[in-house]
Design a protein around this ligand. Structure first.
Ligand code: PLP
Length: 383
């Protein structure tokens, strides 16, 4: 180096910072980190560099070019030197109007619905508290419950992935859960649970029941109107699967008396100003996202049909933007697809009932055709 760059004289130069930092003493780690966390593995997000990404239920369609330009202008005008206005009033009313929120409901916003899952877990955690959900379902319910210090109880779905109301009601009676999660449609199985069975669960629950409608744009059914029928019901949604996964914006709808409590757990500026501005913009153009969701529903039907024609493959009916399918040898097909440049999700180890199952995100017709061609070459069958 010939000359030092101008800068803060208090910051060390690169040279003086180059020795590695000391690793923490194992005894110190053990004394500081909660043992259940030390024993956990971090949530794995595999690298998808250069791969066709059909693993994470992302909408494959970007915003059309003219809208991207207009969005850039909008974002350029955001006052980044200021904290966001804490109540997010304008964004909440746009969500209520454009996304069909119950008019009597209050909203709390989250940095993705993942954050709202964390906040509800924190809200309800106390020694001995139980969080319950059917399994297999969304993994964050269990992870968040455990991080918050609650007990998690999973109740097996039936072999066809329908709810087992008898087992759910027995578990509710036995465990008295503070919080019950019901993903509707369910991830990773793709089906919607029976409404009567859910109603019986909500009626029997001694605590909160949250219906997680992450896939509502693809399902054309919602529990939102039923907020009026049950005092212990909340509805959770996200804009992620609709095509805005990068924004990180989820919303929880319910009676103001509940939302007021959850607001106490929310970090005050959890939705940043760029997310707020971009979400407002996207909601002004909601018809674009809706027509993308329509296209994905059509593509889902084709994907399900094609999978059903492959020998030994059993696709399950889906109301979401993915299809779960049991393969002759799930792990082998997963690896072979990756070698062919296609990344899907191997859910086979998540639960015994998912052995050999892969979860395939619905992409564009071209992407789905590539996936189908690869599967055909791996499982040659009737054309
Ligand atoms: C994807 C997903 C979420 C998380 O969505 P974000 O808003 O992106 O955090 C929540 N629930 C279910 C069931 C999901 O599949």
């Amino acid at each position: 180096m010939t000359s030092d760059p101008p800068g803060n004289p208090l910051l060390p130069s690169v040279e003086s910072a180059s020795p590695p930092l000391p690793s923490p003493d194992p005894a110190l780690l053990q004394a500081v980190v909660r043992p259940e966390i030390a024993a956990m593995a971090a949530y794995p997000v595999p690298s998808s560099q250069g791969l066709l990404k059909l693993d994470a239920m992302e909408n494959p369609y970007p915003l059309p070019e003219p809208l991207r330009q207009a969005l850039a202008d909008r974002l350029g005008a955001v006052a980044l030197n200021r904290y966001p206005a804490p109540a997010y009033r304008e964004l909440k009313s746009a969500i209520t109007r454009q996304l069909g929120v119950h008019p009597g409901a209050a909203l709390v916003l989250g940095n993705g619905s993942d954050e709202l899952i964390t906040l509800l877990s924190v809200l309800t955690a106390r020694p001995g508290a139980c969080v319950l959900s059917p399994v297999p379902s969304f993994v964050m319910y269990e992870l968040s419950a455990r991080l918050a210090g609650s007990r998690f109880v999973g109740v097996d779905l039936r072999d066809d992935f329908s709810l087992d109301p008898g087992a759910m009601l027995a578990a509710i009676e036995r465990e008295r859960p503070a919080l019950i999660w019901i993903a509707y449609p369910n991830n990773p199985t793709g089906n919607r649970f029976d409404d009567e069975a859910i109603a019986a669960i909500v009626a029997a629950a001694p605590g909160l029941v949250v219906i997680d409608e992450a896939y509502q744009p693809f399902a054309q059914a919602s529990w939102m109107p039923r907020l009026a029928d049950f005092p212990n019901l909340l509805v959770l949604r996200t804009v992620s699967k609709l095509g805005l996964a990068g924004l990180r914006l989820g919303y929880l709808a319910g009676a103001p008396g509940w939302i007021e409590q959850i607001e106490k757990v929310r970090p005050p500026y959890n939705i940043n100003s760029l997310t707020e501005a971009a979400a407002l913009f996207a909601l002004e153009h909601i018809e674009v996202l809706r027509s993308q969701a329509d296209a994905l529903r059509t593509a889902r039907r084709t994907m399900h049909e094609q999978l059903g024609r492959l020998p030994g493959v059993r696709p399950f009916a889906s109301q979401a933007n993915f299809v779960l399918a049991r393969m002759p040898d799930g792990p082998a097909i997963f690896r072979a697809l990756r070698e062919r440049g296609i990344l899907v999700k191997d859910v086979g180890k998540m639960h015994p009932k998912l052995v050999d199952c892969l979860r395939l995100t619905v992409g564009t017709p071209d992407e789905n055709a590539r996936l189908f061609a690869a599967l055909m070459s791996l499982l040659p069958g009737r054309p």
